[in-house]
Design a binder for this molecule. Structure first.
Ligand code: MF3
Ligand code: CO
Ligand code: CO
Length: 337
C-alpha cells in the first residue's frame, strides 16, 4: 500500500489574486470571467526526487549486450529486419504492451514513480524479459516515467504522483534477442481539460503518423502527418527526440522525425521496423535537460505528452507490433481513446 501524499493542493484561480499575465494597469474588473486554461495557475514544477538502488535481474533472463557495460554496440545492419527478427519482435512487442498495461493500471495519486519502476521491473521479469532501459547508456532504472512538463526520459524516483498530473510511462523490453518499445500518457486522478486535450491529440497524432506509413512512401510522410495535426491543434512538436529503428538493437539506424523535413527522404520498405513516438507540448517545445543528463523538460514549463508504438512496414501499410494477443494496448484504453 502507498500512503496518499499531497504535494501542494489543487490550485484554484482566486478572483483576489489575478495572475500577472492579466494584470495590466488599466484592467477593468472582469475577473469573474473564466480564465483561459493555458494560464490557469499550476502547482509547482516537477523536481528531482531520490533515485533508489538499481534493481537486480535474475541470471536466467537473457540480456542485451549493454546490460553489463552500459554501452550499446555501434549501430549496424540493414534497416529491413528479417522475417525471423520480425516474428520475434511480434512476441517482444506483445510482452511490452502487456507490461505497459499492467504498470498503467497502477497509476494513482500517491503512487511514486519508483513504485511504477518496481512494477515494470517485476512484470518484465515475470515474462522472461530484460527491462531494456536498465543500464542503457547508464540509465539507472527499468522504465522512463515523465510527469507533466517532463518530455521524456524521466528517471523513476521518490516523487508521489499528485491528483491532476499526467504521466508518460515508456516501457521497453528485450526478449529472445529483440526489443519492443511502447509508451502511453496516463491521467492521475482529475486532470484539467487542456491537459486532457493535449493527451488526446497526442495519441491522435501518433496514429496519424502510423497511418501515413506505406511501402514506397517516405519517412517524411510520417512527420508531416504528425506536425499537421499538431499545428491544427495549436500544439508544439518536440524536435530533439525522434523515433528510431529497433529490432536486435534498442536504437537502430533509422531516424523518424515527428515534423516535416524533406531531408527525411528514406523510402519506406516492407520489413523496416521502427518506432513512432511524438512528444507534443501545450506551449513551446523548446527543452532543456536536467543535471542528471536524462530528464528533458520544457523550458516554459508547459506540459508535454507522448505515445509510442513499435511497428513494421508491410506490403499494405504498417503492422503495430506493440499490442497484446487480442490487439489491445494502453494507448487505446487510456486517456481520451
Ligand atoms: N524508450 C525510449 C525510447 O522510446 C528510450 C529510453 S532510453 C533510456 O526510445 F535509457 F532512457 F531508457
Ligand atoms: Co522508442
Ligand atoms: Co520508448
Amino acid at each position: 500500500m502507498t500512503k496518499r501524499k499531497h504535494r501542494g493542493g489543487r490550485v484554484t484561480p482566486s478572483p483576489n489574486s489575478p495572475t500577472s499575465t492579466l494584470d495590466t494597469p488599466e484592467r477593468t474588473p472582469r475577473l469573474t470571467l473564466p480564465r483561459p486554461a493555458s494560464i490557469t495557475p499550476r502547482r509547482g514544477a516537477v523536481k528531482p526526487g531520490v533515485v533508489g538502488l538499481r534493481r537486480p535481474v535474475p541470471d536466467a533472463i537473457g540480456r542485451p549486450p549493454y546490460a553489463a557495460t552500459g554501452q550499446p554496440p555501434a549501430t549496424r545492419g540493414s534497416n529491413v529486419s528479417s522475417p525471423d527478427v520480425i516474428a520475434r519482435m511480434r512476441v517482444a512487442g506483445a510482452l511490452a504492451a502487456e507490461v505497459l498495461l499492467e504498470v498503467g493500471a497502477a497509476v494513482a495519486p500517491g503512487v511514486t514513480t519508483d513504485e511504477l519502476d518496481a512494477i515494470t521491473h517485476a512484470a518484465a521479469i515475470a515474462r522472461d524479459c530484460y527491462p531494456s532501459p536498465l543500464n542503457y547508456r547508464g540509465f539507472p532504472k527499468s522504465v522512463c516515467t515523465s510527469v507533466n512538463e517532463v518530455i521524456c526520459h524521466g528517471i523513476p524516483d521518490s516523487r508521489p504522483l499528485a491528483d491532476g498530473d499526467i504521466v508518460n510511462i515508456d516501457v521497453t523490453v528485450y526478449h529472445d534477442g529483440v526489443h519492443g518499445d511502447t509508451n502511453a500518457t496516463f491521467f492521475v486522478g482529475d486532470v484539467d481539460p487542456e491537459s486532457q486535450r493535449l493527451v488526446r491529440e497526442t495519441r491522435v497524432a501518433m496514429y496519424k503518423g502510423i497511418e501515413a506509413v506505406r511501402p514506397g512512401g517516405h519517412v517524411y510522410d510520417i512527420g508531416r502527418a504528425i506536425e499537421e495535426h499538431a499545428i491544427a491543434q495549436r500544439l508544439g512538436v518536440v524536435r530533439e527526440f525522434i523515433g528510431h529503428g529497433i529490432g536486435e538493437q534498442f536504437h537502430g539506424g533509422l531516424q523518424i522525425l515527428h515534423y516535416f523535413d524533406t531531408r527525411a527522404d528514406t523510402v519506406l520498405e516492407p520489413g523496416m521496423t521502427f518506432t513512432i513516438e511524438p512528444m507534443i507540448t501545450l506551449g513551446s517545445p523548446d527543452l532543456r535537460v536536467w543535471d542528471d543528463g536524462w530528464t528533458a523538460v520544457t523550458i516554459d514549463g508547459s506540459r508535454s505528452a507522448q505515445f509510442e508504438h513499435t511497428l513494421v512496414v508491410t506490403e499494405r501499410g504498417a503492422e503495430i507490433l506493440t499490442v497484446t494477443a487480442d490487439g489491445g494496448c494502453a494507448a487505446d484504453l487510456a486517456a481520451g481513446a
